[in-house]
Design a protein around this ligand. Structure first.
Ligand code: PLP
Length: 505
Protein backbone atom coordinates (compact mmCIF):
# COMPACT_ATOMS: atom_id res chain seq x y z
CA UNK A 1 0.00 0.00 0.00
CA UNK A 2 1.19 3.41 -0.87
CA UNK A 3 1.15 6.09 1.79
CA UNK A 4 -0.51 9.23 0.77
CA UNK A 5 2.07 12.01 1.11
CA UNK A 6 -0.48 14.19 2.91
CA UNK A 7 -0.72 11.76 5.87
CA UNK A 8 1.47 12.80 8.80
CA UNK A 9 4.15 10.17 9.29
CA UNK A 10 4.08 9.14 12.93
CA UNK A 11 7.46 9.11 14.54
CA UNK A 12 8.01 5.69 15.95
CA UNK A 13 8.97 5.55 19.60
CA UNK A 14 11.91 3.17 19.59
CA UNK A 15 13.01 3.60 23.21
CA UNK A 16 11.36 2.08 26.26
CA UNK A 17 10.32 5.50 27.54
CA UNK A 18 6.61 6.32 27.63
CA UNK A 19 4.99 7.90 24.57
CA UNK A 20 2.50 9.68 26.75
CA UNK A 21 4.51 11.20 29.59
CA UNK A 22 1.50 12.92 31.13
CA UNK A 23 -0.39 9.71 31.82
CA UNK A 24 2.80 7.86 32.75
CA UNK A 25 3.54 10.53 35.37
CA UNK A 26 0.05 10.20 36.72
CA UNK A 27 0.50 6.44 37.05
CA UNK A 28 3.89 6.86 38.73
CA UNK A 29 2.38 9.29 41.24
CA UNK A 30 -0.36 6.78 41.98
CA UNK A 31 2.21 4.11 42.69
CA UNK A 32 4.09 6.44 45.01
CA UNK A 33 0.82 7.07 46.83
CA UNK A 34 0.19 3.33 47.11
CA UNK A 35 3.66 2.93 48.58
CA UNK A 36 3.06 5.72 51.08
CA UNK A 37 -0.32 4.20 52.00
CA UNK A 38 1.45 0.93 52.65
CA UNK A 39 3.70 2.59 55.23
CA UNK A 40 1.21 5.02 56.73
CA UNK A 41 -1.42 2.33 57.33
CA UNK A 42 0.90 -0.60 57.95
CA UNK A 43 -0.46 -1.00 61.47
CA UNK A 44 -4.02 -1.54 60.25
CA UNK A 45 -3.16 -4.62 58.24
CA UNK A 46 -2.30 -8.15 59.38
CA UNK A 47 1.44 -8.54 59.97
CA UNK A 48 1.50 -11.42 57.52
CA UNK A 49 -1.00 -13.38 55.51
CA UNK A 50 -0.63 -16.43 53.34
CA UNK A 51 -0.67 -15.78 49.60
CA UNK A 52 -4.04 -17.15 48.42
CA UNK A 53 -3.88 -19.93 45.90
CA UNK A 54 -5.50 -17.93 43.12
CA UNK A 55 -3.12 -15.01 43.64
CA UNK A 56 -0.13 -17.30 43.36
CA UNK A 57 -1.62 -18.79 40.24
CA UNK A 58 -1.96 -15.35 38.63
CA UNK A 59 1.74 -14.75 39.22
CA UNK A 60 3.15 -18.20 38.60
CA UNK A 61 1.03 -19.36 35.68
CA UNK A 62 1.75 -16.40 33.42
CA UNK A 63 4.17 -17.30 30.64
CA UNK A 64 6.90 -14.81 29.76
CA UNK A 65 5.05 -11.92 28.08
CA UNK A 66 5.84 -11.67 24.38
CA UNK A 67 4.01 -8.40 23.95
CA UNK A 68 4.04 -5.61 26.47
CA UNK A 69 1.02 -4.62 28.52
CA UNK A 70 -0.10 -1.09 29.38
CA UNK A 71 1.72 0.48 32.31
CA UNK A 72 -1.56 0.75 34.20
CA UNK A 73 -2.16 -3.01 33.90
CA UNK A 74 1.25 -3.83 35.31
CA UNK A 75 0.77 -1.37 38.16
CA UNK A 76 -2.62 -2.91 38.89
CA UNK A 77 -1.01 -6.35 39.20
CA UNK A 78 1.61 -5.04 41.60
CA UNK A 79 -1.02 -3.37 43.80
CA UNK A 80 -3.29 -6.40 43.86
CA UNK A 81 -1.03 -9.39 43.80
CA UNK A 82 2.29 -8.28 45.25
CA UNK A 83 1.89 -5.52 47.80
CA UNK A 84 -0.71 -7.18 50.07
CA UNK A 85 1.38 -10.34 50.50
CA UNK A 86 4.76 -8.99 51.53
CA UNK A 87 6.83 -10.64 54.25
CA UNK A 88 5.48 -8.15 56.74
CA UNK A 89 8.66 -6.77 58.28
CA UNK A 90 7.47 -3.18 57.88
CA UNK A 91 4.84 -3.95 60.56
CA UNK A 92 5.49 -2.88 64.19
CA UNK A 93 4.67 -6.40 65.44
CA UNK A 94 7.00 -8.24 63.06
CA UNK A 95 9.53 -9.65 65.51
CA UNK A 96 10.56 -12.81 63.72
CA UNK A 97 14.25 -12.83 62.94
CA UNK A 98 16.24 -9.60 62.99
CA UNK A 99 14.57 -7.78 60.10
CA UNK A 100 14.54 -4.04 59.69
CA UNK A 101 11.37 -2.26 58.61
CA UNK A 102 12.50 0.68 56.49
CA UNK A 103 11.67 4.39 56.51
CA UNK A 104 10.10 6.96 54.25
CA UNK A 105 13.53 8.50 53.65
CA UNK A 106 14.74 5.09 52.58
CA UNK A 107 11.95 4.85 50.03
CA UNK A 108 12.88 8.23 48.59
CA UNK A 109 16.57 7.28 48.57
CA UNK A 110 15.95 4.05 46.70
CA UNK A 111 13.61 5.77 44.26
CA UNK A 112 16.23 8.37 43.37
CA UNK A 113 18.94 5.73 43.27
CA UNK A 114 16.90 3.73 40.72
CA UNK A 115 16.27 6.93 38.78
CA UNK A 116 19.94 7.88 38.46
CA UNK A 117 20.72 4.23 37.86
CA UNK A 118 24.43 4.70 38.44
CA UNK A 119 26.79 1.81 38.49
CA UNK A 120 28.62 2.74 41.67
CA UNK A 121 31.80 0.97 40.63
CA UNK A 122 34.00 3.98 40.09
CA UNK A 123 35.14 7.24 41.51
CA UNK A 124 34.39 10.60 40.02
CA UNK A 125 30.67 10.99 40.47
CA UNK A 126 28.32 11.85 43.29
CA UNK A 127 27.53 8.22 44.24
CA UNK A 128 31.20 7.56 44.96
CA UNK A 129 31.52 10.67 47.12
CA UNK A 130 28.43 9.73 49.08
CA UNK A 131 29.62 6.14 49.55
CA UNK A 132 33.08 7.27 50.66
CA UNK A 133 31.48 9.68 53.09
CA UNK A 134 29.43 6.85 54.63
CA UNK A 135 32.60 4.75 54.96
CA UNK A 136 34.32 7.74 56.59
CA UNK A 137 31.44 8.28 59.00
CA UNK A 138 31.52 4.60 59.95
CA UNK A 139 35.28 4.61 60.38
CA UNK A 140 34.90 7.56 62.74
CA UNK A 141 31.96 6.04 64.58
CA UNK A 142 33.83 2.81 65.28
CA UNK A 143 37.15 4.61 65.95
CA UNK A 144 39.12 2.89 63.24
CA UNK A 145 42.44 4.50 62.25
CA UNK A 146 41.97 7.39 59.87
CA UNK A 147 44.87 6.84 57.52
CA UNK A 148 44.61 3.15 56.74
CA UNK A 149 40.98 2.10 56.87
CA UNK A 150 39.15 0.97 53.77
CA UNK A 151 35.72 -0.42 53.16
CA UNK A 152 32.68 -0.60 50.97
CA UNK A 153 28.96 -0.98 51.04
CA UNK A 154 27.61 -4.39 50.14
CA UNK A 155 24.31 -6.25 50.16
CA UNK A 156 24.70 -7.41 53.76
CA UNK A 157 26.78 -8.97 56.49
CA UNK A 158 26.95 -12.33 54.69
CA UNK A 159 28.96 -10.95 51.77
CA UNK A 160 30.82 -8.56 54.09
CA UNK A 161 31.96 -11.67 55.98
CA UNK A 162 33.16 -13.35 52.77
CA UNK A 163 35.18 -10.21 51.94
CA UNK A 164 36.62 -10.04 55.47
CA UNK A 165 37.64 -13.70 55.65
CA UNK A 166 39.05 -13.53 52.11
CA UNK A 167 41.25 -10.63 53.24
CA UNK A 168 42.30 -12.56 56.35
CA UNK A 169 43.17 -15.53 54.14
CA UNK A 170 45.19 -13.30 51.83
CA UNK A 171 47.22 -12.08 54.79
CA UNK A 172 48.49 -15.59 55.60
CA UNK A 173 48.45 -17.12 52.14
CA UNK A 174 49.99 -14.30 50.11
CA UNK A 175 50.03 -16.35 46.92
CA UNK A 176 46.56 -17.76 47.27
CA UNK A 177 45.29 -15.78 44.29
CA UNK A 178 47.78 -17.40 41.95
CA UNK A 179 48.21 -20.80 43.56
CA UNK A 180 44.81 -21.45 45.05
CA UNK A 181 44.92 -23.61 48.15
CA UNK A 182 47.51 -26.07 46.94
CA UNK A 183 50.19 -25.31 49.52
CA UNK A 184 48.56 -27.60 52.04
CA UNK A 185 48.38 -25.32 55.08
CA UNK A 186 45.32 -26.15 57.17
CA UNK A 187 43.95 -22.80 58.26
CA UNK A 188 41.61 -22.62 61.27
CA UNK A 189 39.16 -19.89 62.32
CA UNK A 190 37.63 -19.57 65.80
CA UNK A 191 34.05 -18.57 66.51
CA UNK A 192 31.61 -19.27 69.31
CA UNK A 193 28.86 -21.85 69.02
CA UNK A 194 26.39 -18.91 68.95
CA UNK A 195 27.82 -17.41 65.76
CA UNK A 196 25.78 -16.79 62.63
CA UNK A 197 25.92 -19.38 59.85
CA UNK A 198 27.42 -16.82 57.46
CA UNK A 199 30.87 -17.46 58.97
CA UNK A 200 30.82 -21.15 58.11
CA UNK A 201 29.40 -20.32 54.69
CA UNK A 202 32.25 -17.87 54.01
CA UNK A 203 34.81 -20.49 55.02
CA UNK A 204 33.20 -23.01 52.68
CA UNK A 205 33.06 -20.56 49.79
CA UNK A 206 36.71 -19.63 50.24
CA UNK A 207 37.75 -23.25 49.98
CA UNK A 208 38.82 -23.48 53.61
CA UNK A 209 36.00 -25.83 54.54
CA UNK A 210 33.54 -25.92 57.40
CA UNK A 211 35.81 -28.28 59.32
CA UNK A 212 38.29 -25.40 59.52
CA UNK A 213 35.81 -23.55 61.76
CA UNK A 214 36.63 -24.33 65.36
CA UNK A 215 33.46 -23.81 67.39
CA UNK A 216 34.25 -22.61 70.89
CA UNK A 217 31.66 -23.09 73.69
CA UNK A 218 29.89 -20.15 75.37
CA UNK A 219 29.34 -19.21 79.01
CA UNK A 220 26.06 -18.51 80.82
CA UNK A 221 25.81 -15.15 79.03
CA UNK A 222 26.19 -16.84 75.64
CA UNK A 223 29.62 -15.20 75.20
CA UNK A 224 32.64 -17.11 73.95
CA UNK A 225 34.66 -18.81 76.72
CA UNK A 226 38.02 -17.07 76.58
CA UNK A 227 39.99 -19.81 78.38
CA UNK A 228 38.60 -22.47 76.02
CA UNK A 229 39.51 -20.32 73.03
CA UNK A 230 43.11 -20.05 74.21
CA UNK A 231 43.31 -23.81 74.74
CA UNK A 232 41.79 -24.47 71.32
CA UNK A 233 44.39 -22.30 69.57
CA UNK A 234 47.23 -24.00 71.41
CA UNK A 235 45.90 -27.50 70.74
CA UNK A 236 45.43 -26.75 67.04
CA UNK A 237 48.97 -25.40 66.73
CA UNK A 238 50.26 -28.54 68.45
CA UNK A 239 48.43 -30.58 65.83
CA UNK A 240 50.21 -28.69 63.03
CA UNK A 241 47.18 -26.67 62.00
CA UNK A 242 47.49 -22.94 61.24
CA UNK A 243 45.17 -20.66 63.23
CA UNK A 244 44.53 -17.50 61.20
CA UNK A 245 41.38 -15.76 62.39
CA UNK A 246 39.16 -15.11 65.41
CA UNK A 247 35.59 -13.99 64.83
CA UNK A 248 33.97 -12.04 67.65
CA UNK A 249 30.23 -11.47 68.00
CA UNK A 250 28.71 -8.08 68.63
CA UNK A 251 25.09 -9.18 69.07
CA UNK A 252 24.26 -12.80 68.29
CA UNK A 253 21.04 -13.65 66.47
CA UNK A 254 19.84 -16.08 69.12
CA UNK A 255 20.06 -13.94 72.23
CA UNK A 256 21.83 -10.68 71.34
CA UNK A 257 25.00 -11.72 73.18
CA UNK A 258 28.34 -9.93 72.94
CA UNK A 259 31.73 -11.55 73.13
CA UNK A 260 34.47 -9.77 75.07
CA UNK A 261 35.85 -8.00 72.01
CA UNK A 262 38.74 -6.33 73.82
CA UNK A 263 39.95 -9.65 75.19
CA UNK A 264 39.56 -11.29 71.78
CA UNK A 265 41.55 -8.50 70.15
CA UNK A 266 44.38 -9.01 72.64
CA UNK A 267 44.49 -12.74 71.96
CA UNK A 268 44.44 -12.08 68.22
CA UNK A 269 47.37 -9.64 68.52
CA UNK A 270 49.37 -11.94 70.77
CA UNK A 271 48.78 -14.93 68.47
CA UNK A 272 49.20 -12.93 65.25
CA UNK A 273 45.67 -13.76 64.09
CA UNK A 274 43.15 -11.70 62.12
CA UNK A 275 40.36 -10.30 64.31
CA UNK A 276 37.01 -10.09 62.57
CA UNK A 277 33.83 -8.81 64.25
CA UNK A 278 30.32 -9.81 63.19
CA UNK A 279 28.38 -6.77 64.29
CA UNK A 280 25.46 -7.26 61.90
CA UNK A 281 22.99 -5.41 64.11
CA UNK A 282 24.61 -5.23 67.56
CA UNK A 283 27.52 -3.01 66.55
CA UNK A 284 25.13 -0.05 66.48
CA UNK A 285 24.73 -0.11 70.27
CA UNK A 286 27.68 2.25 69.95
CA UNK A 287 24.98 4.90 69.33
CA UNK A 288 23.34 4.19 72.69
CA UNK A 289 25.39 5.69 75.57
CA UNK A 290 23.93 3.17 78.04
CA UNK A 291 25.07 0.20 75.99
CA UNK A 292 28.08 1.36 74.00
CA UNK A 293 30.40 -0.36 76.51
CA UNK A 294 29.19 -3.69 75.08
CA UNK A 295 31.36 -3.10 72.00
CA UNK A 296 34.50 -1.99 73.81
CA UNK A 297 37.37 -3.27 71.70
CA UNK A 298 35.47 -3.12 68.39
CA UNK A 299 37.96 -0.42 67.31
CA UNK A 300 40.69 -3.07 67.45
CA UNK A 301 39.08 -5.24 64.76
CA UNK A 302 40.97 -5.97 61.56
CA UNK A 303 37.62 -6.20 59.83
CA UNK A 304 34.07 -5.37 60.87
CA UNK A 305 30.89 -6.46 59.11
CA UNK A 306 27.50 -4.88 59.82
CA UNK A 307 24.12 -4.05 58.31
CA UNK A 308 22.30 -0.80 57.78
CA UNK A 309 19.14 -2.71 56.91
CA UNK A 310 18.61 -4.00 60.44
CA UNK A 311 18.99 -1.67 63.41
CA UNK A 312 19.61 1.42 61.28
CA UNK A 313 16.26 0.97 59.50
CA UNK A 314 17.47 1.45 55.91
CA UNK A 315 15.50 -0.52 53.31
CA UNK A 316 16.98 -3.79 52.08
CA UNK A 317 19.64 -4.41 51.11
CA UNK A 318 22.66 -2.59 52.46
CA UNK A 319 25.51 -3.68 54.70
CA UNK A 320 29.09 -2.57 55.17
CA UNK A 321 32.57 -3.93 55.59
CA UNK A 322 35.37 -1.93 57.19
CA UNK A 323 38.94 -3.18 56.90
CA UNK A 324 41.65 -1.72 59.09
CA UNK A 325 44.42 -2.10 56.48
CA UNK A 326 42.96 -1.04 53.16
CA UNK A 327 46.09 -2.11 51.29
CA UNK A 328 45.30 -5.71 52.23
CA UNK A 329 41.76 -5.30 50.95
CA UNK A 330 43.24 -3.98 47.75
CA UNK A 331 45.72 -6.83 47.37
CA UNK A 332 42.89 -9.32 47.92
CA UNK A 333 40.61 -7.95 45.21
CA UNK A 334 42.36 -5.64 42.76
CA UNK A 335 42.84 -6.84 39.20
CA UNK A 336 44.67 -5.68 36.12
CA UNK A 337 41.74 -4.85 33.95
CA UNK A 338 42.90 -2.49 31.23
CA UNK A 339 39.55 -0.81 30.82
CA UNK A 340 39.43 0.09 34.52
CA UNK A 341 42.55 2.15 34.74
CA UNK A 342 43.09 5.66 35.97
CA UNK A 343 43.24 8.51 33.50
CA UNK A 344 44.65 12.00 34.01
CA UNK A 345 41.38 13.76 33.20
CA UNK A 346 37.73 12.93 32.78
CA UNK A 347 35.58 10.45 34.62
CA UNK A 348 38.27 7.89 35.49
CA UNK A 349 40.40 10.50 37.16
CA UNK A 350 41.17 8.59 40.26
CA UNK A 351 41.91 4.93 40.68
CA UNK A 352 39.82 4.20 43.71
CA UNK A 353 37.48 1.88 41.90
CA UNK A 354 35.27 0.02 44.36
CA UNK A 355 35.73 -2.91 42.00
CA UNK A 356 39.27 -3.28 43.33
CA UNK A 357 38.03 -3.58 46.91
CA UNK A 358 35.52 -6.39 46.54
CA UNK A 359 34.22 -9.12 44.27
CA UNK A 360 31.61 -7.07 42.38
CA UNK A 361 32.01 -4.69 39.46
CA UNK A 362 28.40 -3.61 39.01
CA UNK A 363 27.02 -2.16 42.22
CA UNK A 364 23.91 -0.14 42.95
CA UNK A 365 23.92 3.22 44.70
CA UNK A 366 23.15 1.72 48.10
CA UNK A 367 24.83 4.59 49.89
CA UNK A 368 22.04 7.04 49.11
CA UNK A 369 19.45 5.51 51.43
CA UNK A 370 22.04 5.32 54.21
CA UNK A 371 23.02 8.95 53.66
CA UNK A 372 19.35 9.90 53.66
CA UNK A 373 18.66 8.00 56.89
CA UNK A 374 21.64 9.42 58.77
CA UNK A 375 21.00 12.98 57.57
CA UNK A 376 17.26 12.88 58.23
CA UNK A 377 17.34 11.28 61.69
CA UNK A 378 20.87 11.74 63.07
CA UNK A 379 22.79 9.36 65.28
CA UNK A 380 21.23 10.62 68.54
CA UNK A 381 17.69 9.69 67.58
CA UNK A 382 18.81 6.43 65.96
CA UNK A 383 20.61 5.55 69.22
CA UNK A 384 17.47 6.35 71.22
CA UNK A 385 15.45 3.97 69.05
CA UNK A 386 17.97 1.22 69.85
CA UNK A 387 17.64 1.93 73.58
CA UNK A 388 13.84 1.88 73.24
CA UNK A 389 13.86 -1.57 71.63
CA UNK A 390 16.02 -2.88 74.49
CA UNK A 391 13.63 -1.38 77.04
CA UNK A 392 10.70 -2.94 75.18
CA UNK A 393 12.39 -6.33 75.53
CA UNK A 394 12.45 -5.78 79.31
CA UNK A 395 8.80 -4.74 79.22
CA UNK A 396 7.91 -7.95 77.41
CA UNK A 397 9.88 -9.93 80.01
CA UNK A 398 7.83 -8.25 82.76
CA UNK A 399 4.62 -9.31 81.01
CA UNK A 400 5.83 -12.90 80.52
CA UNK A 401 7.02 -13.16 84.13
CA UNK A 402 3.40 -12.90 85.26
CA UNK A 403 3.04 -16.48 84.01
CA UNK A 404 6.08 -17.92 85.75
CA UNK A 405 4.35 -21.24 86.38
CA UNK A 406 3.96 -21.98 82.68
CA UNK A 407 6.47 -19.76 80.85
CA UNK A 408 10.20 -20.33 81.05
CA UNK A 409 12.28 -17.36 79.89
CA UNK A 410 15.88 -17.64 78.70
CA UNK A 411 18.02 -15.31 80.83
CA UNK A 412 19.84 -13.01 80.58
CA UNK A 413 17.77 -10.80 78.33
CA UNK A 414 20.52 -8.30 77.75
CA UNK A 415 19.53 -6.63 74.50
CA UNK A 416 16.50 -6.64 72.19
CA UNK A 417 15.82 -10.38 71.93
CA UNK A 418 13.54 -12.43 74.19
CA UNK A 419 13.34 -16.23 74.07
CA UNK A 420 10.79 -18.18 76.06
CA UNK A 421 8.83 -21.42 75.98
CA UNK A 422 5.62 -22.71 77.40
CA UNK A 423 5.70 -25.67 79.72
CA UNK A 424 2.00 -26.22 80.40
CA UNK A 425 1.10 -27.73 83.77
CA UNK A 426 -1.13 -30.21 81.98
CA UNK A 427 1.86 -31.78 80.21
CA UNK A 428 4.50 -34.21 81.36
CA UNK A 429 7.66 -32.07 81.83
CA UNK A 430 9.82 -34.85 80.41
CA UNK A 431 7.83 -35.25 77.23
CA UNK A 432 10.23 -33.14 75.18
CA UNK A 433 8.72 -34.08 71.87
CA UNK A 434 5.31 -32.84 72.94
CA UNK A 435 6.74 -29.62 74.39
CA UNK A 436 8.77 -28.97 71.23
CA UNK A 437 5.88 -29.44 68.87
CA UNK A 438 3.55 -27.50 71.17
CA UNK A 439 5.80 -24.42 71.13
CA UNK A 440 6.47 -24.73 67.42
CA UNK A 441 2.78 -24.97 66.62
CA UNK A 442 2.02 -22.04 68.87
CA UNK A 443 4.50 -19.91 66.92
CA UNK A 444 2.66 -20.83 63.72
CA UNK A 445 -0.73 -20.07 65.35
CA UNK A 446 0.46 -16.57 66.20
CA UNK A 447 1.91 -16.04 62.73
CA UNK A 448 -1.36 -17.18 61.13
CA UNK A 449 -3.38 -14.86 63.39
CA UNK A 450 -1.81 -11.88 61.64
CA UNK A 451 -1.52 -10.12 65.02
CA UNK A 452 2.22 -10.60 65.51
CA UNK A 453 5.09 -12.48 63.98
CA UNK A 454 7.51 -14.31 66.27
CA UNK A 455 9.94 -16.98 65.07
CA UNK A 456 11.35 -20.12 66.66
CA UNK A 457 14.83 -20.63 68.03
CA UNK A 458 16.85 -23.50 69.44
CA UNK A 459 18.72 -22.60 72.59
CA UNK A 460 20.35 -25.07 74.98
CA UNK A 461 18.94 -27.70 72.66
CA UNK A 462 15.34 -26.67 73.33
CA UNK A 463 12.85 -24.99 71.03
CA UNK A 464 11.86 -21.50 72.07
CA UNK A 465 9.58 -18.75 70.89
CA UNK A 466 11.76 -15.84 69.88
CA UNK A 467 10.96 -12.14 69.77
CA UNK A 468 13.63 -9.92 68.18
CA UNK A 469 12.73 -6.23 68.35
CA UNK A 470 14.35 -3.92 65.79
CA UNK A 471 11.33 -1.90 64.70
CA UNK A 472 11.24 1.85 65.22
CA UNK A 473 7.45 1.53 65.00
CA UNK A 474 6.90 -0.86 67.95
CA UNK A 475 5.27 0.58 71.09
CA UNK A 476 4.46 -0.86 74.53
CA UNK A 477 0.88 -1.28 73.41
CA UNK A 478 2.06 -3.64 70.68
CA UNK A 479 3.41 -5.96 73.37
CA UNK A 480 0.12 -5.79 75.30
CA UNK A 481 -1.72 -6.78 72.12
CA UNK A 482 0.77 -9.57 71.52
CA UNK A 483 0.37 -10.95 75.07
CA UNK A 484 -3.39 -11.02 74.80
CA UNK A 485 -3.24 -13.00 71.56
CA UNK A 486 -0.46 -15.24 72.82
CA UNK A 487 -2.35 -16.29 75.95
CA UNK A 488 -5.60 -16.81 74.06
CA UNK A 489 -3.93 -19.02 71.45
CA UNK A 490 -1.97 -20.80 74.17
CA UNK A 491 -5.18 -21.67 76.01
CA UNK A 492 -6.96 -23.01 72.99
CA UNK A 493 -3.96 -25.09 71.96
CA UNK A 494 -3.61 -26.62 75.44
CA UNK A 495 -7.32 -27.40 75.44
CA UNK A 496 -7.03 -29.05 72.02
CA UNK A 497 -4.09 -31.23 73.11
CA UNK A 498 -5.80 -32.25 76.35
CA UNK A 499 -9.08 -32.99 74.57
CA UNK A 500 -7.35 -35.11 71.94
CA UNK A 501 -5.47 -37.01 74.63
CA UNK A 502 -8.62 -37.70 76.66
CA UNK A 503 -10.48 -38.69 73.54
CA UNK A 504 -7.96 -41.34 72.66
CA UNK A 505 -7.48 -42.73 76.18
C1 PLP B 1 21.63 -10.92 59.86
C2 PLP B 1 22.91 -11.39 60.40
C3 PLP B 1 23.92 -11.86 59.56
C4 PLP B 1 23.73 -11.97 58.07
O1 PLP B 1 23.56 -10.69 57.54
P1 PLP B 1 22.83 -10.44 56.14
O2 PLP B 1 22.77 -8.97 56.03
O3 PLP B 1 21.47 -11.06 56.27
O4 PLP B 1 23.62 -11.08 55.08
C5 PLP B 1 25.11 -12.24 60.15
N1 PLP B 1 25.30 -12.15 61.47
C6 PLP B 1 24.36 -11.71 62.31
C7 PLP B 1 24.65 -11.62 63.78
C8 PLP B 1 23.12 -11.31 61.81
O5 PLP B 1 22.18 -10.83 62.62
Amino acid sequence: MKLSPSLPIEKENTSLDPTDWASARCMAHQMLDSSLDYIQYVRDRPVWRAVPYDVRAVIEDEPIPKQGQPLATVCHDVINYVMPYARGNAHPRFWGWVSGEGTLGGIIGDMVSATLNVNACASTHSAAFVERTIIDWMRNLFNFPEESTGGLLVSGTSIATVISIATARQRVLVNVREDGLVNGQQLVAYVSTESHGCVVKAMELLGLGSKAVHLVPVDENFSIKIAELKTAIKDDRDKGLVPFCIVGNAGTVNTGAFDDLLELSKIARAENLWFHVDGAFGSFVILDPQRSHLVTGIDQADSLAFDFHKWLHCPYDVGCVLVRDSSLLHSTFSTNQGCLERTERGCSLDDRWFYHLGPELSRSFRALKVWFTLKEHGTVKLGQKIAENCEQAQYLVSLLEKYKNIIRIVYPVSLNIVNFRFEPEEFDKDDHELLESFNDELVVDIQMSGIALPSSSRIQNRRHIRIAIVSHRSTHEDFDIFMETLMKLYRSRVDAVVMARNGYD
